[in-house]
Design a protein around this ligand. Structure first.
Ligand code: DX5
Ligand code: ZN
Length: 208
């Protein structure tokens, strides 16, 4: 089964509850929440209070993608706000293993992500400790960018180490999803493809 995790970065923030219910109704398995700090990536988005509010109205697990420096400082607040999966970036962590253990201490899933220029080799030593590996298929920071096919190749390398979830994020649509699932991805993040489509339900189903 492929897990579909719509990115609410492409939702209308003035109508966030409505847009969350829309994707839940369309069959979303998780809700992907992009947290950006204006340092690790050149954009600022959602923080702890918003995650806390979303938790009150969401009925699917919150898949929180931390694109922030010093992620270890913010694991506890995001876990307490209601994150069910917390994914941080390998490039941003000061102590990778400590950060993974910290996430797990809250009894939630631990994920780690790599940017397009980071090779798959860098993440291999940590896979046995992780619930999820997130392969970025665009430079993190913004929705609506073009899928980078070279990044998807990393999926086959990671797959050999069999993490429970291999997730892809960036430029995912019905065509690029197919490339990624064939290589072994079992969790797809999609922002623009889902939210900008005329029929959200069909978009979710076409990804699956
Ligand atoms: C980008 C974010 C993505 C983004 C995906 O840095 O991590 O989750 O919302 O958006 P699309 O699917 O439009 O590329
Ligand atoms: Zn993301």
């Amino acid at each position: 089964m492929t897990i579909i995790s719509p990115s609410i970065l492409s939702a209308d923030f003035a109508n966030l509850e409505r847009d969350i219910k829309r994707v839940e109704k369309a069959g979303a398995d998780w809700l992907h929440i992009d947290v950006m700090d204006g340092h690790f990536v050149p954009n600022i988005t959602i923080g702890v209070p918003v995650v806390k509010s979303i938790k009150k109205i969401a009925s699917v697990p919150l898949d929180v993608h931390l694109m922030i420096e010093n992620p270890e400082k913010y694991i506890e607040p995001f876990a307490e706000a209601g994150a069910d999966i917390l994914t941080f970036h390998l490039e941003a962590a000061n102590d990778v293993l400590k950060t993974i253990e910290l996430i797990k201490s809250f009894n939630i899933k631990a994920g780690m992500s790599i940017k397009p220029k980071t090779s798959a080799d860098k993440i291999l030593p940590y896979i046995k400790h992780l619930d999820l590996v997130l392969v970025m298929t665009v430079e993190p920071g913004f929705g609506g960018q073009k899928f980078m096919p070279d990044c998807a190749e990393k999926i086959s390398v990671i797959k050999q180490y069999a993490p429970p979830f291999i997730q892809v994020d960036g430029g995912i649509n019905d065509k690029t999803a197919k490339i990624c699932t064939r290589l072994g991805a079992n969790s797809l993040v999609a922002g623009n493809y889902i939210y900008k489509s005329a029929d959200i339900k069909t978009a979710v189903e076409s990804l699956r």
